[in-house]
Design a protein around this ligand. Structure first.
Ligand SMILES: *Cc1c(COP(=O)(O)O)cnc(C)c1O
Length: 421
């Protein structure tokens, strides 16, 4: 459930009409709902009630400092995948002991940054990374708390680009080799083994792959304990999917997910960490755009928007579906018409939807892409020299710009000309 609803005939973010924000900041823009972010965090937190746990928001989904502050205030830890994200977490006021560091390519510099600034654990993804982290920790005279990310070789049944738990994926170490790798880790003086990590993919709409992966983690926990390791924490990753297509999707809820976690792992006496990203931010954000032209093609109608693939790349990159709705509620009984919804970028890939049934649209009308809060703004670029679009946060009847739109001049100023030109 989110807080983007039609009231008095127009789409609101909480108590603010999106049309008012558009009039103030211009289009296109991203808009997030504080109440939705808080609600989604709480759903996970409550789903794990009764077991010691920490919900670490996977901030790669949406990492604006204001969003992080909302979640940190609600009690969230953070899952970061780069030094930049680590710096964001700290800047949002999250203490190091609530930050976990994931990712397959952590550099020395990133390790140093986290070891000096404080870190709950590194989720180590390979043996060379383990050796490197050990060296950096010894240089600094500290011990790096680690889990090893295991790859359980289960099929997450999601889009190939966001599946991470099959043996052909670059992530983690094969679970079959885990005992060997933990034995090496235990001998490295700069490391402190605290648990196991697993993350099998994103936008999972079935709980079965989670259950399979967690069963394997349970088996491994028992085996590693028998080998003499201390396994006190299990990081179970993120990945729970959201309903992008309201008319027919109904993915499992965080409570259902929590029930699987407790059912499989509840009796191990481990602290549970989870790393949801998409489910917290996805339906907490919309992208608002204006119809620039309605163009009649030979056999189809194009709705040409002022938003493009550089602002929201998910449809081009993952064939992703987003509901696209007019800000003004269409009259009941109006017969929808099919549109190809496209942006102005010079690529045919810049297509948001083909043959999408929508109410009759006209130039100058505003539309909202629903479920655009996760992997939206964070994946945007300035391709075609289109300045980054603003982000806005709503709380009740207030709104604030949390990332301004740069002027064309600001954008050009970031380039510099060598002295020989
Ligand atoms: C991307 C990612 C997440 C978050 O996945 P969602 O599908 O957004 O919940 C969690 N953990 C790791 C290691 C990730 O790479």
């Amino acid at each position: 459930m989110d807080h983007f609803l039609y009231k008095d005939g127009e789409l609101h973010a909480e108590d603010v009409p999106l049309r008012e924000i558009a009039a103030s900041v211009g289009t296109p823009f991203y808009c997030y709902s504080t109440a939705t972010l808080e609600r989604h965090f709480r759903l996970f937190d409550e789903a794990l009630e009764g077991t010691e746990h920490l919900v670490c928001y996977a901030m790669k989904a949406a990492s604006n400092l204001a969003i992080l502050k909302v979640l940190a205030a609600a009690g969230a830890g953070m899952d970061v995948v780069s030094g930049g994200e680590y710096a964001r977490a700290k800047a949002a006021g999250v203490s190091g002991d609530k930050i976990v560091f994931s990712g397959v390519g952590k550099t020395r510099e990133e390790m140093r940054l986290a070891l000096t600034g404080g870190i709950r654990q590194f989720n180590v993804e390979s043996e060379p990374e383990m050796q490197r982290l050990n060296e950096v920790a010894l240089e600094l005279g500290v011990k790096a708390p680690i889990t090893v990310r295991v790859n359980p070789d289960v099929d997450a049944k999601t889009h190939a680009k966001i599946a991470t738990g099959k043996k052909e994926n670059k992530f983690g170490i094969p679970i079959s080799r885990a005992r060997e790798v933990y034995a090496v880790a235990a001998r490295l003086q700069g490391l402190d083994v605290v648990g196991i990590d697993v993350h099998i993919g994103s936008q999972l709409t079935d709980l079965e792959p989670f259950r399979q992966a967690y069963e394997k983690v349970k088996e491994l926990t028992l085996a590693l304990r028998a080998d003499g390791h201390t396994i006190k924490r299990l990081d179970l990753g993120g990945g729970l999917g959201i309903p992008y297509q309201r008319s027919n999707d109904a993915p499992p809820l965080p409570t259902d997910y929590g029930a699987v976690v407790k059912d499989v792992l509840g009796d191990l006496g481990c602290e549970i960490e989870i790393e949801p990203g998409r489910l917290i931010a996805g339906n907490a954000g919309v992208l608002v755009s204006e119809v620039v032209y309605v163009k009649e093609g030979e056999d189809r109608k194009f709705l040409i928007l002022d938003a493009a693939m550089n602002d929201l790349i998910r449809p081009a990159m993952y064939e992703a579906y987003h509901d696209i709705v007019p800000l003004m509620e269409p009259p009941v009984g109006q017969v929808p018409e099919p549109y190809d919804v496209v942006g102005p970028v010079c690529e045919s890939g810049d297509t948001f939807a083909k043959g999408r049934n929508m109410p009759r649209m006209n130039e100058g009308e505003l539309v909202a892409f629903r479920s655009a809060g996760a992997y939206g703004a964070v994946m945007s670029s300035e391709y075609n020299s289109r300045p980054m679009i603003p982000e806005v946060l709503v709380k009740g009847d207030q709104f604030a710009v949390i990332r301004p739109r740069p002027s064309l001049e600001d954008m050009l100023k970031r380039d510099s000309i060598p002295q020989w030109l």
